[in-house]
Structure formats: structure tokens, C-alpha cells
Ligand binder design. Structure first.
Ligand SMILES: [Mg+2]
Length: 168
């Protein structure tokens, strides 16, 4: 169970501030794309997300996008934000996450993974001992596969949210 527990949770990624990250000793964000920064497969960058990314850049917080989705999906989205990315990351397997750390040239202690999925983003972070923030999914036009994932995730998500000490 503890492998499925995020370090923190919040409703949305834009709740995360540079000062909060600095208190955690975090210099870099490894951010999931689908359902974390926008709707699943949606190529549009929401205005609030653009502001969030710019705020982080202004505060010298490094960001890399790390997605299990295709190169086509991840590269196009990353280009709009002018950010590096890892596609087909195979989270929760450590491979893609390690590659992201290497690309940013940081240690895992400086990193935090932010994502909407417990079995990929949070488990992947915990397998490597990296801090994490679970966010609520954007959620729209869910595929049958995603619905099934949420079915297994939701009871765990509820349990996580009962621990108010983890709320940002
Ligand atoms: Mg996601």
C-alpha cells in the first residue's frame, strides 16, 4: 500500500507553488501530460497551465514532461511549452524516469513527480524513492481502459485524501 501513497496530493497542478517546492528541496518537476496538464490526448495547452509553466521557469524550477503516451503526442505538446520530454516512458518502470533525471542532470532528491495516476506516476516515483504529488485527473471523454483504471484507483484515491497531512 505504501508504494501507492504519494508524498502529497492536491486538486490540480497549478496549486503547486515555487516556494512550496523550495521548502521540499525540489529544483525540478517531472510532469505527466495526459489528465495532469490537459485533457487526455488534447493538444490544447490551457491558459492556466501556460502561466504555471512560466511561473516555474521564472523561479528557476526545471520541468520535463514524462509521458507514457506516443512520441507524436508528447513532442507536440512539449514543443508548445518549449520543454524537454520523455515519451513512451513506461511508468511505473524506472527506465523513463531515470532518463528524465539524466536529461535534467539532477539527483532524485531534487525531483518531484506530478501526475494523476496512482499506478503509473505515483508507483513509479515510489519505486525510485522520488517525491510525488497526486493530482485529480482533468477527465473528459474517458476511454474504457481509463475508466477501468479509475475503478481500481478510486478507493485508493479516497484513502489518500483522508490523510490531510499530505494535502498541499
Ligand atoms: Mg496521466
Amino acid at each position: 500500500m505504501s508504494l501507492l501513497m504519494p508524498t502529497f496530493f492536491t486538486d490540480k497542478i497549478t496549486d503547486v507553488s515555487p516556494s512550496f517546492l523550495k521548502t521540499q528541496g525540489v529544483t525540478s518537476i517531472l510532469a505527466d501530460i495526459d489528465d495532469t496538464l490537459t485533457y487526455h490526448k488534447d493538444p490544447h495547452v490551457p491558459e492556466k497551465i501556460l502561466e504555471f509553466i512560466n511561473l516555474m521557469k521564472l523561479n528557476n524550477i526545471k520541468i520535463i514532461l514524462i509521458s507514457n503516451n506516443s512520441k507524436d503526442r508528447a513532442s507536440k505538446f512539449a514543443k508548445k511549452l518549449n520543454l524537454p520530454y520523455i515519451s513512451r516512458a513506461f511508468k511505473p518502470v524506472p527506465f523513463g524516469i531515470n532518463l528524465a533525471l539524466k536529461k535534467l542532470n539532477i539527483s532524485k532528491n531534487e525531483a518531484i513527480i506530478i501526475g494523476d495516476q496512482i499506478f503509473t506516476d505515483i508507483l513509479g516515483a515510489n519505486l525510485l524513492g522520488i517525491k510525488s504529488i497526486l493530482v485529480d485527473p482533468f477527465e473528459k471523454n474517458q476511454t474504457a481502459f481509463l475508466k477501468l483504471k479509475r475503478f481500481f484507483e478510486n478507493p485508493i484515491r479516497k484513502k489518500i485524501k483522508r490523510d490531510k497531512s499530505k494535502k498541499i
